[in-house]
Design a binder for this molecule. Structure first.
Ligand code: ZN
Length: 319
């Protein structure tokens, strides 16, 4: 895909978030050149979409200070869809200036989490989303990125505990009304289980329309990442976020990985005969690029440990 393969032939879009979500929670700062090599290597392996960074103030997250440069670099890779995170209007403006194809703003379903994270409640976040949409609306179409809101803590919050589903529905509805093209659901805390995923995806799609909820962002904190991914797929979700080597494990829970592992996710999908456009052999080799640039950082994944099964080929598990 990165080499310009056909995006339309993909069954499930695997969106690599390692350079953003993975690195964001690490203390070590990866050099910009190493990030570029990582992005390039994944694109060359066929990864169709990469979230290359976050437009947060560099003072808050020095790891993301090179986001501009990374976007400018990544958009030159043919066929690669370049996404970023931005917490506010200013961040989205920076993303637009750099030429990102898609920007997502995290909006927490838990008001306590929202206050702690961005010091804004729901009403203030919705106001920000409206201002962003106004700004985007004035841009010529070819410069306008897809604008999505990711509902963080949609399946539970480390500060509030369970998050009522009604609250997620209400927020999804309000975000679409405020102008978001799409809404995603994020299991920020790794609390979700497959039954919950199935229920909430179904409810939100019924509320805002199927085409407005196509992606979920899952973590593997409690080992349910792939089970949750399957539940989401069975409800019609077609975009799954993951990170190479599952990097970005929570510093407060040693041994607990963060995002679902891209290599394991791609193995599951490809062996089921679902086309991701990704060459698994090449993807596995990208680990070396990342490991070299992040000495000592933990990398996860069962498939990389065990290796590919003898005679593996896409769809091999379907016959
Ligand atoms: Zn995450």
């Amino acid at each position: 895909m990165g080499a310009g393969a056909d995006r339309m032939s993909i069954d499930v879009l695997v969106s690599e978030v390692g350079p953003r979500d993975g690195l964001q929670s690490l203390k070590a700062i990866m050099p910009t050149e190493a990030k570029k090599a990582w992005i390039r290597a994944e694109a060359d392996a066929g990864v169709p979409e990469i979230e290359v960074g976050s437009f947060v103030p560099p003072k808050l997250l020095p790891q993301m200070a090179d986001c501009e440069e990374l976007v400018r670099y990544a958009v030159t890779i043919p066929g690669l869809h370049v996404t970023t995170l931005a917490p506010n209007l200013k961040g989205v403006e920076r993303a637009v200036a750099a030429g990102a194809h898609k920007v997502s703003i995290p909006v927490s379903a838990s008001e306590t989490h929202s206050q702690a994270n961005v010091r804004r409640n729901h009403a203030e976040m919705l106001q920000e989303v409206r201002r962003i949409n106004e700004m985007l609306g004035e841009l010529p179409e070819e410069r306008r990125p897809v604008f999505e809101a990711g509902i963080a803590t949609a399946f539970g919050c480390t500060m509030e505990g369970p998050v009522p589903e009604g609250k997620v529905l209400e927020l999804a509805h309000a975000l679409v009304e405020a102008g978001c093209r799409e809404v995603g659901l994020s299991d920020t805390t790794g609390y979700a289980n497959p039954a919950q995923i199935r229920r909430l995806v179904r409810m939100v799609r019924a509320e805002i329309g199927e085409e407005k909820l196509t992606g979920v962002h899952l973590h593997n904190t409690r080992g349910l990442g792939l089970a949750n991914a399957m539940a989401a797929l069975e409800e019609g979700i077609t975009t799954l976020d993951s990170s190479l080597g599952g990097i970005g494990g929570c510093p407060f829970a040693p041994g607990a990985s963060g995002n679902i592992v891209t290599e394991d996710l791609v193995f599951m999908l490809e062996s089921m005969g679902l086309n991701t456009g990704i060459n698994l052999d090449r993807l596995l080799k990208v680990r070396d690029v990342v490991a070299e640039a992040l000495p000592g950082a933990e990398m996860y994944g069962f498939t990389p440990e065990a290796g590919l099964p003898l005679g593996f080929h896409p769809g091999w598990g379907t016959t």
